[in-house]
Design a protein around this ligand. Sequence first.
Ligand code: NA7
Length: 534
Amino acid sequence: MDVDVVVIGAGVAGMYAVHRFRLDGLSVRGFEAGSDVGGTWYFNRYPGARCDVESVDYSYSFSDELQQEWDWSEKYATQPEILRYLSHVADRFGLRSAFTFDTRVTAATWDDGVWQIRTDSGEEVRARFCVCATGSLSQPNTPPIEGRERFTGRVLHTASWPHEGVDFRGLRVGVVGTGSSGIQSIPEIARSAESVTVFQRTANYSVPAGNAPLDDETRREQKANYAERRRLSRLSGGGSPFVPHPKGALEVDPEERRRAYEARWQMGGVLFAKTFPDQTSNLESNDTAREFAEEKIRALVKDPAIADALVPKDHPIGTKRIVTDSGYFETYNRDNVELVDLRKTPIREITETGVETTAGHHDIDVLVFATGFDALTGAVARIDIRGRGGRTLREHWNGGPRTYLGLGVDGFPNLFLVTGPGSPSVLANMILGAEDHIDWIADAVAHLGEHGKATIEARPDAVDAWQAQLSERADRTLFPRAASWYTGANIEGKPRGFMLFIGGFATYRQICADVAGSGYEGFTLTDAPVAVTS
Ligand code: NA7
C-alpha cells in the first residue's frame, strides 16, 4: 500500500479532506487537474463570477481561527476573492504538499482490497480508500450545435476561462446560455464589448444580489456571532442561517405575502425561492412568487417585447436554481445588447463568421458558451472506476446514478463520493456540505480501524431504499417538472431522474449521523485482508 487515502480533486472538498485525514494520522495523496487548488473557483474565471451564497456562510467552519482571521470584502464574494481565500487556506494548513497538480486521475480499480489509482501522467498509486472530491459542476458541457468547429472566431467556455482574462473591446460577442454563468457574465461583457448577442433557449429567474461591501462593523458582528450562525445553518434547509416565513404562501393575506416577497427580493439572491415553505411544493403558492418575480422583470426592462421574452414560462420558480445577478435584466436596456429567443428562432447552425438562426445570421467575433455542466455525475463518470468483479461505475450507473446517502455505491468498497448525486449537494451550502461529508467519511474510516474492519460498502438494498426515498421526496415537490441539470435533462442522452436529496440539509445531516451512530446500518463492513504494505 502506498497511502491510506487518495483524494481526487483539490477544490473545497478535496482540500478539507487532506486536512482532516492528516489530522486523523492517515497518509494522503491528492490529484488535481488544475495547476493549483480551488476546483470550481480555479476554473470558472469568467467576468462577473460570484458565489450566490453570502461569503460569511460560504467559507470553512472547521477552524474558528480561520473564520476569525479572514476578512471578506463583500456580501457575495467574487471568484478572485474566493480563490484568494482558498489559496490562503491551502497555505495556512499546508495542503498543497499533498497534491500533485496538472494531473488527472484516469482510472481507479478495486483489486484485492486495494484501490489502484492511475493518472494521465502514468503514475500508479495504491490506496485503501478513494475519495472522489470531483465536484458537482466541474465537467463543462459544450452542446453539439451543428457547425461549431467551423467558426473561425474565438470560442470560450465560462467554465474554462483564460487565466489572463479577455479584452472584449471592439468585439461582437455572442453568448449561448442564460443560466447562472450567462446571467452573471453578460452584464460585465456588455460593459466593454462592441455588441453582445444573447442566445437564450430558456428564460431564467434571477434576483438581484443586493451585493454590498462589508464594513468593519458588519464583519465584527458576523465574527462575534459565527458559532450561532453556523448552528442555525446546520438546522436549516439549505445550509444558510435563514428560515422561511412560518406560514404557507396561501395562508397569509395578499399584503403580507407581498411584503414577504419584497423583503426577500430586497435581501437579494437565491433565498427568494424559500420565502414561504410551500413555494416549491405547491403550484398555487409557487404562482404567487412567479407573478411577483415576473412583475419585477417587466419593471426592469424598458422594451415590453424583450421583457416578455425574458419572463420564464417553462418551469415553476425555484425549480431551476434562481440566479443571483448584478444588473442582468437592466443590461437589455443597453443599445449594444440584443436578445435572440431561440424558442421562436432556433439556431440552424454555427457558421465561419457567426450564428445562423431561423431569422437570419448574427455576425460574431467571439462565441461564449455559458452552457453549463454535465452536472453531478460527469466528473466521476469520466474516470474509469472499476469496483468488485471489474464492474465499471459507468455500467453500474447506466440508468442514472445510484448511491446510498450520496456517499457510497454498492459494489465499490472503500470508495466515497462527496457532495454528489444522492446528497443535497448544490441544494445546500457546498462548503458546509463538503465538510460534513468528509467528516462522515473520516469517522467511518476511524470506525473501521477501531473495529478491526478493512472495508465498508453500501448494501444494494440500502441503495434501493435510498433511491426510492430520493424519488418520493422529489415527487412531493415541483422540482421534477423542470428540465434542469438536477434531472440530467440538459445533456442529450443522459438518463433522466431527480438526482438530489431534497429533504433539507438538517434532515440529511441527521440521517447520516443516525447511520453512523447505528454502526453504519446499510453498509457491509468486512475484515477482508488488505494487500501487504510495501
Ligand atoms: P446552467 O445553469 O446549466 O445553464 C446553461 C445554459 O445554457 C442554460 O440557459 C441552457 O438552456 C443553455 N444551453 C445549454 N445547451 C444549449 C443549447 N444547445 N442551445 C442553447 N442553449 C443551451 O449552467 P451555468 O454554468 O449557468 O450554471 C450552473 C450552476 O453553477 C448554477 O446553477 C449555480 O449553481 C452555479 P436550458 O435552460 O437548458 O434550455
